[in-house]
Design a binder for this molecule. Structure first.
Ligand SMILES: [Mn+2]
Length: 290
């Protein structure tokens, strides 16, 4: 594995000095070569580290908790992988397998959404079956995308289902093709929650989940810095409500990713600060639910 922490990469806030001390590890995975519209998520991890830490407190007013009390380690960025997605899947799966253990969970920072697939595979080897909780504007259930590819960021949830995912809870979805629409109606493995109440009902107490957050889940009014923005999305307040539901249910978050931030598409850099806060609350919530 080649995780590298270049000189210019400042740590996200702080965290522990060594990976051995941590129960949560952050790492950047910058692959963005199957983006269907606007590329640029490869700059997400670097931007997310270097910017919001100057403007955000470590303390959360939503939960009364502080990042300084969380044993997380920022492992830096995976060395860049370009082009063909198939080698990327093998390389990222191997990297994730080295970073995670029974007691150490990964938050992968993208990069595009296809990177969830190798993390799903690595997490499944370690933990067996679990529920995928998918916050996104897009269903990502295409079997073949519009250029004939089976392996792309718009097919990632279908790939996970084909690889054995038994339960997929989707929230925020407002875009896809007819085949994806019908799959959401008819596939018993998929729960298409359309309200916070339905989302709440879709999860059992103590359920084992992997949480994947595509930042286009949020309305482009808040996060325009993403490749395929889609009007009609969630607010930060909606996200806090989701986290409160996860906390009340005491779900076990065994892994997470935060993908599709393309910082250069928002010259104001507000998207980066917004997503930095999303990450802060995610870290605190994973810590609270260990
Ligand atoms: Mn999306």
């Amino acid at each position: 594995m080649n995780i590298q922490t270049p000189e210019h990469t400042t740590f996200f806030y702080g965290g522990t000095d060594t990976i051995e001390e941590a129960d949560i590890v952050l790492a950047g995975f910058s692959y963005d070569c199957t983006a269907s519209f606007r590329a640029g998520t490869r700059f997400g991890p670097r931007e997310l580290r270097s910017y919001p830490g100057d403007g955000l407190e470590t303390f959360s007013f939503y939960f009364g908790e502080d990042l300084e009390d969380v044993a997380y380690h920022d492992a830096g960025d995976m060395e860049p992988v370009y082009g063909d997605p198939l080698p990327m899947i093998d390389i990222y799966k191997a990297a994730a397998s080295e970073l995670i253990s029974e007691n150490r969970r990964l938050i992968a920072i993208g990069g595009e959404h296809l990177i969830t697939y190798p993390f799903f595979l690595a997490t499944k080897i370690l933990h067996g079956n679990f529920t995928m909780v998918h916050l996104d504007a897009h269903a990502d259930l295409a079997i073949i995308n519009h250029v004939g590819s089976r392996v792309a960021h718009g097919t990632v949830m279908n790939l996970c289902l084909e690889a054995g995912l038994q339960k997929l809870v989707q929230y925020g979805i407002r875009s896809g093709n007819r085949q994806e629409w019908e799959m959401r109606q008819n596939d018993p493995r998929i729960i298409p929650a359309t309200s916070l109440e339905e989302f709440d009902d879709s999860l059992d107490d103590g359920e084992k989940i992997y949480l994947t957050i595509d930042v286009d889940f949020f309305d482009p009014a808040y996060v325009p810095g993403t490749g395929t923005p889609e009007a009609g999305g969630a607010s930060f307040g909606d996200y806090v409500q989701i986290l409160k539901i996860l906390r009340r249910k005491r779900v076990r978050i065994i892994g997470a990713d935060l993908v599709e931030l393309a910082p250069e598409l928002d010259s104001s850099r507000n998207s980066t600060v917004f997503v930095g806060k999303v990450l802060r609350e995610l870290l605190l919530t994973m810590h609270a639910l260990k």
